[in-house]
Design a protein around this ligand. Structure first.
Ligand SMILES: Cc1cc2nc3c(=O)[nH]c(=O)nc-3n(C[C@H](O)[C@H](O)[C@H](O)COP(=O)(O)OP(=O)(O)OC[C@H]3O[C@@H](n4cnc5c(N)ncnc54)[C@H](O)[C@@H]3O)c2cc1C
Length: 404
């Protein structure tokens, strides 16, 4: 049996350096501009595509790594550069996760490459679950998908909200209810191919942070898609619905299957922001002189930095454990995926706040990146399940009690 090790292997170290260089030389210098512009940073996505960082091949190779650590490592490095730009580049991977978690082999081969396009014709993907009245409570989705047997066609109607790349994506993966009486067990995921009539962008949101990432409503008005766009296929759906109607267990809930797989990766993004703020404030604390000595010589500041570093490393270990468990087929018996995202998101908020404190007034103004990191960090306690929902998942898993 191989000895236990947390060392990254040669390939991983090489990828880490390559991604870090892109984050340092391309993403970070552009971060302030795109935060202010609050627009999708197309030139940066184009650069990522030109070097192969934004491509189906790169993502599938990174996912194929048996240790599970390559994606979290990439996510951390990218977000160390800037989280808003990273989400603009990697927002498509949410749609990819939805397709991979629920689709057949044929569907994966057909749709995943279309979430990226090519360097000459870049495409984006979006994954749409949330609705105005269904955020944490995904069981109450109102978007309906109705099947027409004669035409082998589904018709989708409803409004999705807070959707990353919503309305500007080429491929939208939509989670809709096919049987409202079954709640979350009556959901299914559909691919809406590029250019399908009836799908349009609603309101685009102006946000607190991650402002280079596009977030908008998606309105579905009699959107017709062929039967082959139902992820997993009709036969599997019918079997699942029949089991649910008989009161049997229906393990797969379309949206949940996706979120479980992606939580550690989202946690890794939060760690990237936290690390950026920690490194910046450590350097600053060594340079900044008050009362005739660098402020780091005060225990009040040095202990903050010690706690920041300890929390970041603890969060990374939880993320790596969950990513490794997911890749080695181990079940999250204690909500380990949720633990990793909870700890990482809350660490990022706390660390970036402490970084502002260490910089004093300089931490509060836009000439320095620290206030942006704090704004960016906050989303990590909200999307992909709020911190409260992560605690709910963990509490139910460890207790076996249906805690409300
Ligand atoms: C920038 C951004 C990007 C996003 N991208 C996407 C995307 O690409 N696709 C997508 O589908 N969604 C996306 N979302 C939606 C996101 O996942 C939801 O905002 C999130 O799940 C919370 O839902 P909500 O906003 O409706 O809050 P609510 O569910 O209304 O929650 C409000 C508050 O109540 C708490 N709460 C709710 N229920 C409970 C409970 N049972 N116990 C304790 N506390 C509870 C919550 O924790 C929270 O504090 C995005 C959101 C944002 C802001």
């Amino acid at each position: 049996m191989a000895a236990f090790s947390l060392d990254l292997d040669e390939d991983q170290l090489q990828i880490q350096k390559w991604v870090h260089d892109f984050a340092e030389n391309v993403i970070r210098p552009a971060a302030h501009e795109w935060d202010e512009r609050e627009e999708t940073p197309w030139p940066i996505i184009e650069e990522a595509a030109a070097i192969g960082l934004y491509s189906a091949e790169f993502c599938s190779n990174a996912f194929a790594d048996p240790t599970g650590l390559t994606w979290p490592m990439i996510s951390e490095e990218m977000c160390w550069g800037d989280a808003g730009i990273t989400l603009a580049i990697f927002g498509s991977t949410l749609a990819v996760s939805g397709i991979v978690a629920n689709g057949t082999g044929e569907q994966i081969v057909e749709w995943v490459p279309q979430c990226f396009g090519t360097p000459d014709k870049i495409q984006l993907g979006a994954f749409a679950v949330s609705e105005p009245d269904a955020g944490s409570d995904v069981s109450s989705l109102r978007t309906r998908a109705v099947y027409d047997d004669a035409k082998d066609e589904w018709t989708l109607n409803g409004t999705k909200t807070w959707i990353t790349n919503g309305g500007i994506a080429d491929v939208h993966v939509i989670v809709a209810s096919v049987d409202p009486e079954l709640g979350a067990r009556g959901h299914a995921s559909f691919v809406v191919p590029p250019g399908t009539p009836g799908l349009r962008m609603g309101q685009k949101f102006k946000k607190h942070g991650i402002r280079a990432s596009h977030t908008a409503e998606v309105v579905l008005d009699d959107v017709r898609v062929p039967g082959r766009c139902l992820l997993g296929g009709k036969e599997k759906l019918d079997e699942r619905l029949a089991r649910a109607r008989e009161g049997g267990s229906s393990r797969v809930q379309a949206a949940m299957a996706t979120f479980e797989a992606t939580r550690p990766l989202v946690g890794a993004q939060a760690i990237g922001i936290a690390r950026a703020a920690y490194e910046f404030s450590l350097d600053y604390a060594k340079e900044r002189v008050q009362f005739g000595r660098p402020i780091i010589e005060n225990q009040a500041i040095a202990f903050k930095l010690a706690d920041m570093k300890t929390d970041i490393d603890a969060a990374r270990l939880l993320v790596w454990r969950a990513a490794w468990m997911a890749h080695s087929g181990k079940r999250f018996e204690n909500g380990e995926g949720s633990m990793s995202k909870l700890k990482a998101g809350e660490t990022a908020v706390r660390v970036t706040e402490e970084a502002i404190q260490i910089l004093g007034g300089y931490g509060y103004v836009r000439e320095y990146p620290v206030e942006r990191w704090h704004r960016d960090a906050k989303i990590y306690t909200i999307f992909e399940g709020t911190s409260e929902i992560q605690r709910l998942v963990i509490a139910r898993a460890i207790s076996g009690v249906h805690i409300r």
